[in-house]
Ligand binder design. Structure first.
Ligand SMILES: Nc1ncnc2c1ncn2[C@@H]1O[C@H](COP(=O)(O)OP(=O)(O)OP(=O)(O)O)[C@@H](O)[C@H]1O
Ligand SMILES: Nc1nc2c(c(=O)[nH]1)N=C(CO)CN2
Length: 163
């Protein structure tokens, strides 16, 4: 049997029926070959962050993360989430543009992955409150490899907003 790895996946949606899409994507994952468990966080709504910064004039996102155990390799997991994104209507237009569904691999066990298609841990996770907040709901002791405790990373972001 192949090795089981625990991963954190992040979900975002700002078009269509956001809650349903994220719920359906989790169910789809659960049913997929090589996925052993999926433990989703609560949903959080957040202002859309674009390449120009937060933009309250475009539809807000619903975000969640899930702890997933899998025997898929990192790129096999990416293939699966890309398939689910397409299934739920994802069209790639601009970077950080609006979308029905985005799924990112935040962590893959304790491994660093750097290939043409994949960078893990996700390079923007440490600065994304919309990833860190639901992750903290799932695991108050969570640590993001290379950056430290998720609770502290979130505090740093929130302190930045207050100043
Ligand atoms: N950790 C990762 N999780 C998901 N995709 C990744 C990751 N690292 C690299 N990629 C690559 O990024 C490509 C583009 O992803 P995508 O269009 O979702 O970017 P984005 O959502 O606009 O930006 P971001 O990745 O910063 O959230 C994917 O096709 C995938 O090959
Ligand atoms: N609030 C919020 N903003 C975003 C999100 C997201 O999931 N939530 N995803 C993006 C690209 O991955 C770009 N901006």
């Amino acid at each position: 049997m192949r090795q089981l790895v625990t991963c954190i996946l992040a979900f975002g949606s700002n078009l269509g029926d956001r809650e349903n899409t994220i719920g359906a994507a989790c169910a789809e994952l659960m049913a997929a070959e090589g996925i052993h468990s999926v433990r989703p966080s609560p949903l959080h709504e957040s202002v859309a962050v674009t390449l120009r910064g937060p933009d309250p004039d475009i539809p807000p996102y619903m975000n969640a993360v899930a702890e997933v155990t899998t025997d898929r390799g990192p790129e096999e997991l990416l293939d699966l989430i890309n398939r689910i994104e397409v299934q739920y209507g994802r069209v790639r237009t601009e970077r950080w543009g609006s979308r029905t569904l985005d799924i990112d691999i935040i962590t893959y066990g304790g491994r660093m992955v750097q290939t043409e298609r994949l960078t893990v841990p996700h390079p923007h996770a440490f600065e994304r409150d919309f990833v860190l907040r639901p992750w903290l709901d799932l695991d108050p002791h969570a640590v993001l490899m290379g950056h430290g405790r998720v609770a502290e990373l979130l505090e740093i972001i929130e302190r930045g907003w207050a100043s």
